[in-house]
Design a protein around this ligand. Structure first.
Ligand code: NAG
Ligand code: NAG
Ligand code: NAG
Ligand code: NAG
Ligand code: NAG
Length: 340
């Protein structure tokens, strides 16, 4: 039997090596423990004439016609997203009126870049599809969510429920310690610890701290305060939230943004379509979605459009209102913040 395999292996091996040489060097910090699918590496064949985005084109084909139209990834966020763009986007980051001076300017460019590197092999900010690069748009979308969250304490912030608990230095009046009894066995709550919203895309509840900590190999159950002290970790947890589904068998914000999920019949009935609007549904559910022309929702959308401009993509690339909005969508998870 063995000889039968040796022939194809000898044929395949050189190709595998070429792929490794061409692509894998981009991602030296691959964390094999993350429960995410690694994306296909794009190759560098020339795009067909007239393909959209030909100047940035990257072929997802890899010689296999069946890969056409599937996502693949290449490169790094730091190649196209620079310090001055970050500073532009968060031009008030050092003047946020938050509790302590120590946290002013806490979330900086370098911590975002270091944190993104962990998720680039999984397509965060690096995805191509149909010859088109989606990375810049994804970073704009992710940072739009972050910006509306960390504007807590900023006088410019107009929406209360979005500012709620959104400061990374856990500013919140709540009696709950967000310890869910159902998950006490798997994710035991440490005494005197409250699992309230921390990070630039705040996570709540012991099970989220437990899962994120497990994936990132940091003991967040016993030390949730690490998220307030370490900006790289804070962004890693935020990108974790973006990349991971809220619940099993649901898509992540990353999936719905790129359209790498297949909506079920229920999704279609609930008006959940691929695009930016549904990222709000994944992350906030009925706190923001399904209320028609809601101010909180519009504020997040405005941030996204503005960042598309700042990042040189242009808001006209954002797509139609049906894709941008979740005004008519039914929440994936009703009353998101009060039940797992
Ligand atoms: C990519 O192309 C395939 C086949 O033409 C199409 O089904 C798919 O919707 C496209 N994906 C995107 C994101 O445009
Ligand atoms: C906030 O950023 C804007 C735009 O860069 C700037 O004009 C303004 O002075 C900043 N405000 C504070 C309080 O730093
Ligand atoms: C901050 O977090 C990152 C990512 O988890 C880690 O690599 C780094 O060692 C931490 N820094 C400190 C000072 O603990
Ligand atoms: C679809 O929605 C119905 C009604 O809410 C529910 O009973 C059913 O379990 C859902 N199916 C899936 C696959 O989520
Ligand atoms: C947006 O929806 C939230 C959640 O229901 C609500 O609290 C808020 O008042 C709504 N805002 C507007 C302007 O409708």
């Amino acid at each position: 039997m063995e000889y039968k395999w040796s022939v194809p292996l000898t044929i395949l091996l050189p190709f595998t090596l070429v792929l490794l040489v061409n692509c894998d060097y981009e991602y030296p910090s691959l964390n094999k423990g993350l429960p995410l699918k690694r994306c296909y590496q794009c190759n560098t064949l020339k795009p067909p004439p007239g393909a959209p985005g030909a100047s940035l084109a990257c072929n997802c084909n890899n010689g296999n016609p069946y890969n056409r139209g599937r996502p693949c990834c290449k490169g790094a966020v730091r190649y196209y997203f620079k310090t001055d763009q970050f500073e532009n986007i968060f031009s008030n980051r050092s003047s946020l009126e938050i509790e302590t001076d120590a946290n002013k300017g806490f979330l900086d460019y370098q911590s975002f870049i270091t944190a993104s590197a962990l998720y680039q092999p999984y397509g965060f900010g690096t995805t191509y599809m149909n010859w088109t690069f989606f990375g810049t748009k994804e970073v704009a979308a992710f940072l739009a969510h972050v910006a509306t969250k960390i504007s807590c304490g900023n006088k410019l912030a107009t929406m209360d429920q979005l500012a709620w608990g959104s400061c990374y230095n856990k500013k919140m009046n709540s009696n709950s310690n967000y310890c869910d009894e159902h998950y006490k066995k798997a994710y035991p709550c440490a005494p005197g610890v409250a699992y309230l919203g921390r990070g630039p895309l705040p996570i709540y509840w012991n099970y989220n701290y437990g899962k994120a900590g497990k994936d990132l190999k940091v003991d967040l159950l016993n030390h949730p305060e690490y998220i307030e002290q370490n900006a790289t970790l804070a962004f890693q947890v935020a990108i974790w939230r973006w990349m991971m589904p809220i619940k099993k068998h649901q898509p992540s914000a990353h999936d719905v943004f790129l359209g790498t999920w297949t909506p079920t019949k229920n999704d279609t009935l609930a008006q959940r379509v691929s695009g930016f609007g549904t990222t709000m549904n994944v992350l906030y559910g009925d706190l923001v979605c399904g209320h028609g022309d809601n101010e909180s929702m519009n504020n997040i959308i405005s941030h996204y459009l503005y960042y598309l401009d700042l990042m040189g993509v242009g808001r006209e690339e954002a797509g139609p209102q049906e894709v941008l909005s979740c005004a008519k969508q039914v929440a994936f998870n009703p009353s998101f913040s009060s039940s797992p």
